[in-house]
Design a protein. Structure first.
Length: 205
């Protein structure tokens, strides 16, 4: 078992899981750019060398957090994937869920979209991301008939709108509290419906 420092929180059990939890906590406090394995070790009260029994480096920790993030995001989207529902309504609900995920799971959201983890080095990320990507792409394809260019252009525009409203919320542009989350989520849903209604303009010259 890794040694514990005076006042450290880690005493026994799964150090790998403890490091992931502490990393998420630190990212929530300082942002993904402010996270280091050394600080996680200090907070847990273990030797700074201890994490390397479980992770090769900082990128490995961020990849593990990203996998968790995609799993949480997929769970957030799952209620809106019913193919019996109109695809436009599904996508509007997913855009709203996108914002709510960012609000509720800010550290995970930041790792997914700001950590720049190398997906070639971490192929597990592609597998974890697939349910999220499929949720959006299947609904978009239902609107475009699966044609490659219209599907790609609409999917890109919808993701840009959802991410934009999520970032606006995180930057405080809608205020704070539950009402701010509701406002940002509702605007993302309305923007989604507007883009769908005018999707013919997205593949212009």
């Amino acid at each position: 078992m890794p040694p514990t420092g005076k006042g450290g929180r880690y005493h026994h059990g799964d150090l790998r899981a403890a490091l992931i939890e502490t990393a998420i906590e630190l990212i929530g406090e300082h942002g993904v750019r402010g996270f280091s394995l050394a600080e996680a070790s200090r907070r847990l009260g273990v030797a700074v060398s201890a994490p390397y029994a479980h992770f090769a480096d900082r990128s490995d920790v961020l990849a593990a957090i990203a996998v968790r993030g995609y799993q949480a995001f997929a769970a957030e989207l799952a209620p809106y994937e019913d193919p019996a529902l109109p695809p436009a309504g599904r996508l509007a609900a997913m855009a709203s869920a996108y914002v709510r995920f960012a609000a509720a799971q800010r550290p995970l959201f930041e790792v997914l979209y700001d950590a720049d983890v190398d997906k070639d080095r971490h192929p597990e990320l592609a597998a974890a991301e697939k349910p999220v990507r499929d949720a959006f792409d299947c609904s978009v394809a239902a609107l475009t008939g699966g044609d490659e260019v219209p599907t790609r252009d609409l999917a890109t525009a919808l993701e840009a709108a959802a991410r934009g409203y999520a970032l606006f919320y995180l930057d405080g542009q809608f205020g704070e509290g539950a009402a701010a989350v509701d406002e940002a989520a509702a605007r993302a849903a309305r923007a989604t419906l507007a883009l769908i209604a005018s999707r013919g303009l997205l593949s212009g010259p």
